[in-house]
Design a protein around this ligand. Structure first.
Ligand code: AGP
Length: 610
């Protein structure tokens, strides 16, 4: 998720571009850059790190002026954060500049083809291929050249392009990644999101997939990619800047909960090969041969990432036939773990900077283990230490409470388990195809799951006064309960505990009394009857039961106080969906308590000190 801005108008472009990028920094902040058309040249300035580094670069090396330009603040997906990987990217001759948000799935093949015809690349990014394609395809009309270029791209892309060949014009296209056009007086704008436009205009067009905007100071023409004009309705934005940054949601956490379908689509993009019934990781150095030599797998992480690791270990054992376990990183590192060169240690981390996980990794490396990261932040310390990384591509997660990072970690863990299972020959074609089909459907099923958010609000609010909360489930459902209890603890400050439901009789049942709120998760067909008996046990002691079930396992209806159904999906993938109602229950309980949801007391987004 990056931030894009573009301007064509009566004013100097640079201040407007920088102001827009500042308002979009929540979309990505590992590097930034601008390109301004000035007297027949494309003036490009870029800098790694926060936006102020770019401002400093511009102070040292100013852009003389120009009324047309584009800008970008990056959230890296391909190529670590650096000056050379920062956008805008240009072709060899510096005629074209492009900024991009999204993932070009076929960039490697395009890059090889372009290099074979003499193009020289300077960055590690997927985006740079677009600049070289523009140089190859341009024959006097920018819009026509862009049409020929986008026809060659596979994946998700919001692009804004400028060229010194046509100094009064920028062209924008949208496929999956968001883009909006802002309409002003003798000036027009384009941006990834509304906050960048608010100081200048509240009149916008939202570009849809397959649309192109041809933007000049005095007019905006929207067409499809065949050049056919598209009539666009204006929208008059009423949000203030703070609401706009949160996409109209009251908190980043709720926004990020609802971003999960898109985050899942991004995490899975280009990694499912249904024809070959296999998973494809573009940059993974762990070969199938390496996978076959593994004797055990450890997942090490903290907090929410540890819960994703619990699921990852269960799936890895079941699908790859190799002993796998999840360890809390702060425990692993002091336990003198029995790991060696036949062990794969997988560090799971959103931030990639959690000191306990980093230290656990180093302990594993000292013992000869093979390392792999499942990380969200590209180029982070854990990503660099692992060397081998599968990025979750969840985009920036601003709220301290982790939501979309968790569900994308689960999705990537499932991808890894399938990859290992296929490599080790323990996962057959049929089962692999079933899992890949389930993974493919996850984004849409997540949308369906989140559609019931409104119904969950009163249920969550009713939990706000609870003193103690209990979460029960078996197997993967227990893992979902573990994540649910952490969410309501950390944002609503309500004491909560999760237990394997089979443990109830071994002690925790003594805590259940009249009115005790109990959340039961039951999405596993082979365990459902057992869990249903646990519902009876707690109901018999007066508990109020909220049950989250897979929709075909909804025979608990009569016994529970509130039944939440999630769409039917492969049992190994239900944790991705089942956690969403629990995220929402925690959110609404916290909102009812007036808690500081995005910045809970005592907590930090990334725990970089022990
Ligand atoms: C989860 O909501 C918390 N923010 C916390 O438990 C977090 O998951 C943990 O600190 C690990 O962070 P990481 O994923 O950035 O390593």
């Amino acid at each position: 998720m990056c931030g894009i801005v573009g301007y064509a108008g009566r004013r100097q472009a640079l201040p407007i571009l920088l102001d827009g990028l500042r308002r979009l920094e929540y979309r990505g902040y590992d590097s930034a850059g601008v390109a301004v058309l000035n007297n027949g040249t494309v003036e490009v300035r870029r800098a790694a790190g926060r936006l102020e580094n770019l401002v400093e670069r511009l102070a040292q090396d100013p852009i003389p002026g120009g009324q047309v330009g584009i800008g970008h603040t990056r959230w890296a997906t391909h190529g670590r954060p650096s000056d050379v990987n920062a956008h805008p990217h240009c072709d060899c001759s510096g005629q074209f500049a492009v900024v991009h948000n999204g993932i070009i799935e076929n960039h490697a093949a395009l890059r090889r083809r372009l290099e074979d015809t003499g193009h020289r690349f300077t960055s590690e990014t997927d985006t740079e291929v677009i600049a070289h394609l523009l140089e190859a395809e341009y024959d006097g009309d920018l819009a026509e050249a862009v049409r020929r270029v986008v026809a060659q791209l596979e994946g998700a892309f919001a692009l804004v392009i400028a060229t010194r060949r046509e100094p009064g014009r920028i062209v924008a296209v949208r496929q999956e990644s968001p883009l909006i056009v802002g309409l002003g007086r003798d000036e027009n704008f384009v941006a990834s999101d509304i906050p960048a436009l608010l100081p200048y205009t509240r009149r916008i067009h939202v570009l849809e997939n397959g649309e192109m905007a041809d933007i000049r100071a005095d007019r905006v023409t929207v067409t499809d990619w065949n050049g056919k004009p598209v009539q666009k309705a204006f929208i008059d934005v009423t949000w203030d800047a703070d609401a706009a940054e949160k996409g109209g949601y009251p908190h980043f956490m709720l926004k990020e909960i609802h971003e999960q379908p898109q985050a899942l689509a991004d995490a899975l993009r280009g990694r499912l090969d249904p024809d070959g019934a296999r998973v494809v990781f573009e940059d993974l150095s762990l070969t199938p041969e390496d996978a076959r030599r593994l004797r055990q797998v450890y997942f090490v992480a903290c907090g929410t990432a540890y819960h994703a690791s619990l699921a990852a270990a269960l799936l890895t054992e079941r699908l790859a036939g190799v002993p796998a376990r999840a360890e809390i990183a702060s425990e692993f590192r002091y336990r003198d773990p029995l790991v060696d060169e036949h062990t794969l240690v997988v560090a799971v981390s959103q931030s990639g900077e959690t000191i306990d996980t980093l230290s656990a990794l180093r302990a594993a490396r000292e013992r000869g283990a093979r390392l792999l990261g499942i990380v969200n932040v590209v180029g982070s310390s854990i990503a660099r230490d692992c060397g081998d990384v599968i990025y979750t591509r969840a985009g920036p997660e601003i709220s301290v409470a982790s939501t979309k990072a968790y569900t994308t970690q689960l999705a990537v863990a499932a991808l890894l388990a399938v990859y290992l299972g296929r490599a080790r020959g323990t996962l057959g074609d049929h089962q692999a195809r079933e899992l890949l089909a389930g993974l493919r459907d996850l984004p849409e099923l997540a949308r369906e799951t989140l559609d019931q958010a409104g119904e969950l609000r009163p249920v969550g609010e009713a939990l706000a006064q609870a003193r103690d909360l209990y979460y029960l489930g078996r197997g993967l459902d227990w893992v979902t309960g573990m994540e649910g209890q952490l969410k309501i603890k950390e944002i609503a400050y309500i004491h909560a505990e999760a237990y394997p439901a089979g443990e109830l009789k071994h002690g925790p049942l003594a805590l259940i009394e009249d009115g005790s709120p109990v959340v039961v998760v039951s999405t596993q067909p082979d365990l459902h009857r057992k869990t249903a008996s646990n519902v009876q046990e707690v109901k018999a002691r007066g508990a109020r039961v909220i049950a989250v079930v897979r929709e075909d396992l909804d025979d608990l209806g009569a016994e529970v106080d509130h039944l939440i159904r999630i769409p039917r999906v492969h049992p190994f993938l239900t944790p991705v969906l089942a956690v969403m109602p629990l995220q929402l229950l925690a959110y609404y309980a916290a909102a009812a308590r007036g808690a500081d949801i995005d910045k809970p007391r005592n907590l930090a987004k990334s725990v970089t000190v022990e």
